[in-house]
Design a protein around this ligand. Structure first.
Ligand code: ZN
Ligand code: FE
Length: 255
């Protein structure tokens, strides 16, 4: 079993440390900052073997250089992001596999938030580290890609096993959930989930990880085929991709 530590940093970022107790290898994913990672490694007595990035934004790579200098870890990120990932050692593409001990993660390309965004899927462990592609009840904003690209990317994640645990990089859950209720006010799973989420947040607890099953039931960006959602936004006769694009557009104007 992999051990996962969630570090809340900055306003709403999460950094994840993943440790394999058999090989004693550890990886960090999207370190916005170095110090909290270095402190945790020291506390746990872990040595860092790898640093995985999902995309080049500063709140995901901010700790790269300092962490690499202090630990000698190997930095892995998208080949297409070679020029904008600080300290990159190995570029990967969709279909590549990276290892942590005997645990393997498949690289899935998920363009949309950025043009080279990738996610790390540990298929046998049922874990997904998805950066800013999928959030709890939400998805990433379109900075470099089109709605169509992000929709295709999310279709790949939607097709993963339902029990997959999903570790995203931001705590945007309450705002996402409030938005979700505007497009699916009668979704009971969503209503119930918001009660749980609000309780967690009022105790300052993370709402991650989520699961593919929970997202299928409550995430409007996984629910473009919902009749209620389509009726609410008056798009019952549109293509699913267009419904998705409209939900993404509505969310951009929501706060
Ligand atoms: Zn980002
Ligand atoms: Fe981010």
């Amino acid at each position: 079993m992999l051990e996962i530590i969630t570090l809340p940093v900055l306003t709403d970022n999460y950094i994840y440390l993943v440790h394999d107790p058999v090989s004693h290898e550890t990886a960090v994913i999207d370190p916005a900052l170095a110090q909290p990672v270095l402190d945790t490694l020291e506390e746990k007595g872990w040595q860092l073997a790898y640093l995985f990035n999902t995309h080049h934004h500063s709140d995901h790579v901010g700790g790269n250089i300092q962490i690499k200098q202090q630990t000698g870890c190997k930095i892995i990120a998208a080949q297409a992001d070679w020029d904008r990932i600080p300290g990159i050692d190995q570029g990967v593409n969709e279909g590549d596999v990276v290892s942590l001990g005997s645990h393997k993660a498949n690289i899935i390309a998920t363009p949309g938030h950025t043009r080279a965004h990738i996610v790390y899927h540990f298929a046998e462990d049922n874990l997904l580290f998805c950066g800013d592609t999928l959030f709890v009840m939400g998805c990433g904003r379109l900075f470099e890609g089109t709605a169509e690209q992000l929709w295709h990317s999310l279709q790949k994640l939607k097709a993963l096993p339902k029990e997959t645990l999903v570790y995203c990089t931001h705590e945007y859950t309450q705002t996402n959930g409030r938005f979700a209720l505007t497009v699916e006010p009668d979704n009971q799973r969503l209503q119930q989930r918001m009660i749980k989420v609000n309780r967690l947040r009022s105790n300052n607890q993370p709402t991650v990880p989520t699961s593919i099953a929970e997202e299928l039931a409550t995430n409007p960006f996984f629910r473009e085929d919902s009749v209620e959602l389509q009726k609410t936004i008056a798009m019952t006769d549109s293509k699913l991709m267009e419904v998705f694009a409209e939900v993404r557009r509505l969310k951009d104007g929501f706060s």
